[in-house]
Design a binder for this molecule. Structure first.
Ligand code: SF4
Ligand code: F3S
Ligand code: FES
Length: 248
């Protein structure tokens, strides 16, 4: 059954803004993105929102609903009481462009900093052969839709602009793990993960895992195993001795 919902939506740009109140019609089965679209169609034609697939697969419609990082297209109106005021704000960790749209280029910069896949010499694309059992663990990470909700929620960079240069964030630490677990990759990224991507900043609070719409176990399956690999490298007595002898 339809009803009128009360919404507070953040309106503004890089110079500032405020929460504006709206009352919008809601029909059965709708999601928050439907309501934002109805708002655009009936009251605020200039309201900026990024979206694309409306199916939870493109990762474009990321924002915060009642302070929690969410995909607008996957947040059902039925999860809220009909008399609840629903607050929709842009992702807090990234600079505002307009209204609900943020500049997520931080994430693309972090992606570019990761040394790319390096297959064994002499193996051309199309000649890669791997056993399913060897790719099973990292295959989970390929479900990532790059919504950046995990990046938005991680306390290391949320409200800590100063940490952004030294911390790649859960999505890109997970990408390093994916490459580390790749059976054909020949690079060692463990030092880079610790020293350049800021793995040590992660204190495994698991907030990233909690908000991931793909339900990837980012902390347990990517970040903790990566930390273990770094420890293996740093505190392995043979590696330690090698470093002492050859890195004077
Ligand atoms: Fe989004 Fe999950 Fe990928 Fe993070 S790991 S960007 S939360 S899909
Ligand atoms: Fe941040 Fe996730 Fe680690 S929220 S602190 S990257 S476990
Ligand atoms: Fe594509 Fe929401 S519009 S994930």
């Amino acid at each position: 059954m339809g009803y009128d919902a009360r919404f507070r939506v953040w309106r503004g740009d890089i110079d500032g803004g405020s929460l504006e109140n709206y009352t919008v019609a809601v029909n059965e089965g709708e999601v928050v993105l439907d309501i934002i679209h109805r708002l655009q169609a009936t009251q605020t034609p200039d309201l900026a929102v990024r979206w694309n697939c409306k199916a939870g697969k493109c990762g474009s419609c990321s924002a915060e609903v009642n302070g929690r990082p969410r995909l607008l297209c996957m947040t059902r109106m039925s999860t809220f009481a009909t008399d609840e005021v629903i607050t929709v704000t842009p992702m807090r960790t990234f600079p505002i462009i307009k209204d609900l749209v943020t500049d997520v280029s931080f994430n693309y910069e972090k992606a570019r900093e990761i040394p790319s896949f390096a297959p064994p010499a002499g193996l051309a694309p199309g000649e890669y052969r791997m056993k399913q059992v060897d790719v099973e663990r990292s295959q989970e990470f390929r479900k990532c839709i790059e919504c950046f909700l995990c990046q938005d929620t991680c306390h290391v960079v949320r409200d800590h602009e100063e940490n952004k240069t030294a911390f790649a964030g859960p999505r890109y630490l997970m990408r390093i793990t994916e490459l580390e677990m790749h059976p054909l990759d020949t690079r060692d990224r463990r030092e880079m993960a610790q020293e350049e991507a800021g793995l040590g900043y992660c204190n495994i609070t698991k907030c990233c895992t909690d908000v991931c719409p793909e339900h990837i176990k980012i902390t347990d399956n990517a970040l903790i195993p990566l930390k273990e690999r770094v420890v293996d490298q740093r505190y392995d007595p043979i590696v330690w001795l090698g470093n002492k002898l050859f890195r004077r």
